[in-house]
Ligand binder design. Sequence first.
Ligand code: PGA
Length: 250
Amino acid sequence: MQITEVKNYDEMSKKASEIIMKRIQDLPKPVLGLATGSTPEGMYKELVQVYVDGKISFSNTTTYNLDEYIGLPREDKNSYRFYMNDRLFSHVDISKEQTNVPNGMAKDLKEECNDYEESIKKSGGIDVQVLGIGVNGHIGFNEPGTSFQTATHVVNLAPSTIQANARFFESEKDVPKQAITMGIQSIMKSKEILLLISGAKKADAVYQLLHGEVSEVFPASILQQHPNVHLIADEAALSKVKENGMRSLR
Ligand code: PGA
């Protein structure tokens, strides 16, 4: 795993956007895996800016988002489709047909999961997957205990995830209890993973990610086995790792 330490959230966002910008410039038909949540918001802002500055075009880019809540219509401001339109898609030259977010309102959720997985495969696979990490080690909505063999599937959200995401809703009881998520296997198939982590509240998770054993109890630990992961983390997120000697990682 390549590790880049940056000072703070803004630097992380800038660095991440530079990497994504380069892939968009270099690849003829880039396929991006995208994430939602607080972590990548700054990166999307930067990407909109480089688009406005004329440095990149998204016209050849296809995107796949990691996950979506079940039961929220796409117009709901808490749906991840809404988030993506609002933070990125509506501000750049990407047609909505090139953007993919699982449909959490699908009648047949299993079919939706299979179609999503098939669509990723048909696109040629994800070139670079942007990823955050939950305080409980989840990636996408693959909660602790998820098999490493999973493709896109329906999940029951862990109480800690519902609690962590309640900040976006009126109250905790409004947070959906289920979601569709790309599976661990889907994520591991990405050619490159850009893992973004910021803030002291993730310091324990970063420590476990880098020093813990590879175990389904801590889903992100599987990333130790991916050949091309670039972690960009800020000082606060790396604080526990550094306390315990980052040298042991090299
Ligand atoms: P966050 O979420 O970026 O809002 O912290 C990350 C995650 O839960 O994967």
